[in-house]
Design a protein around this ligand. Structure first.
Ligand code: FMN
Length: 381
């Protein structure tokens, strides 16, 4: 089976092509799209492509060991599954598939606040590889309850996303009428009809719902009510005060996602957070943003070794992961790649995506004679 998968989908680009054939257009567009004119998306690619690695072939060789330590836990590779909202639209239970495959491969899995499986389900599937991404609720009772639920399932790592002060404008989703949660339109029904396997799986599982937030949604009579609830309940602007409050309430590791300026990195270090993810949300929020491949070194120089600095955005191959590691990231997350994996081949696709990225990274490290991820910076041109 594995060999057959490798022949069908030998790289993430193959997974993407196959996912496009298996899921309806509105769902594919939701994954693929960047915001506005999709310049940030393009610039993420160009930013990574302009990072070059330089081997010294005559220096000693030892087989690469991909394992890393993050926040005191050993992981088998410096690769993680980024938080992804509304994954049930791609395939029912996509996040559970990601969670199980992350556990199996021993890499971090981050559940989104607006994912379609609950905190409890995700933790059951990912065990201690489970991390949680928070869009902080404005209502303190809901926030406290969510933090209690995270403690109850043993979650150690809380990731707070700061780059959604306002909803983004993704043209393809506006055109397809995709709303959160999804609306059923004639167009979406027609697009689904020509993807019968997806339709059957989705009909069996029922329309995706926001499972983590579900217990707080009272008096919702219809999809509009749920949508309004989420808009009102989740804070849009996350500022230093919000982060200080979270620091006081959360004793586990606190990680801030979507840092793109060194001043913000210094500010969160002073608040006492444990780590940051340098990211521009995969080019889905600010079209004029700098690619993380350009900001990462500056940010690392500003915060020194006091924070665990990780990165995401634009990862399509293990070569891209090697590039972020060479720029100084301790671990690298990917988003879309994992959705293409599930869209293309279901749960095996989730596992296959991890294998592909890991094997490609290992090949690059071997090529460079680099024995460990933390030594990758030596090979930056
Ligand atoms: C379909 C989709 C949904 C996403 N949902 C969330 C989310 O709920 N919370 C969040 O912090 N980031 C979210 N992101 C951003 C990812 O966590 C990550 O930053 C981004 O996907 C990395 O770029 P890449 O897709 O090029 O790997 C989402 C990204 C995609 C593609």
């Amino acid at each position: 089976m594995v060999q057959a998968l490798i022949r069908k989908s030998a790289c993430v680009a193959d997974l993407k092509k196959r996912a496009k054939r298996r899921i309806p257009k509105f769902a594919f567009d939701y994954i693929e799209g960047g915001c506005n004119s999709e310049l940030a998306l393009k610039n993420n690619r160009e930013g990574l492509d302009s990072v070059f690695l330089r081997p010294e072939y005559l220096q000693g060789y030892s087989k690469p060991e991909l394992g890393i330590e993050l926040f005191g836990k050993h992981y088998s590779a410096p690769i993680g599954i980024a938080p992804l909202g509304l994954t049930g639209l791609i395939w029912p239970d996509a996040s559970a598939m990601h969670a199980r495959s992350a556990l199996k491969a021993n890499i971090p899995f981050v559940l989104s606040t607006v994912s379609t499986i609950s905190i409890e389900d995700a933790a059951k599937n990912a065990e201690d590889n489970f991390w949680f991404q928070l869009y902080p609720p404005a209502d303190e009772e809901i926030l406290n309850d969510m933090l209690d639920r995270l403690r109850a399932v043993g979650c150690q790592n809380l990731v707070v996303t700061v780059d959604v002060p306002t909803p983004s404008r993704r043209i393809s989703s506006i055109k397809s009428g995709l709303a959160v949660p999804p609306k059923i339109t004639i167009k979406s029904v027609l697009e689904s009809a020509i993807r019968p396997i997806w339709s059957l799986a989705t009909v069996r599982a029922g329309l995706p719902r926001f499972a983590t937030l579900h217990p707080y949604i009272k008096d919702a009579k219809n999809i509009e009510d749920i949508s309004n609830f989420i808009r009102v309940t989740l804070k849009d602007v996350v500022d230093e005060t919000t982060l200080k409050t979270l620091r006081d309430k959360w004793q586990g590791n606190l990680i801030v996602k979507s840092i793109s300026h060194e001043d913000d990195a210094i500010a969160v270090k002073e608040i006492g957070v444990d780590g940051i993810i340098v990211s521009n949300h995969g080019g889905r929020q600010l079209d004029a943003s700098l690619p993380p491949a350009e900001t990462l070194e500056e940010i690392i120089n500003a915060v020194g070794s006091d924070l665990t600095v990780m990165a995401d955005s634009g990862v399509e191959t293990g070569v891209d992961i090697a590039r972020y590691l060479a720029l100084g990231a301790e671990a690298v997350f990917a988003g879309r790649a994992f959705l293409y994996g599930v869209g293309a081949h279901g749960e095996l696709g989730a596992e296959h995506t991890i294998d592909l990225l890991r094997d490609e990274l290992e090949q690059v490290m071997s090529q460079l004679h680099c024995s460990k991820p933390e030594l990758m910076h030596q090979y930056l041109e």
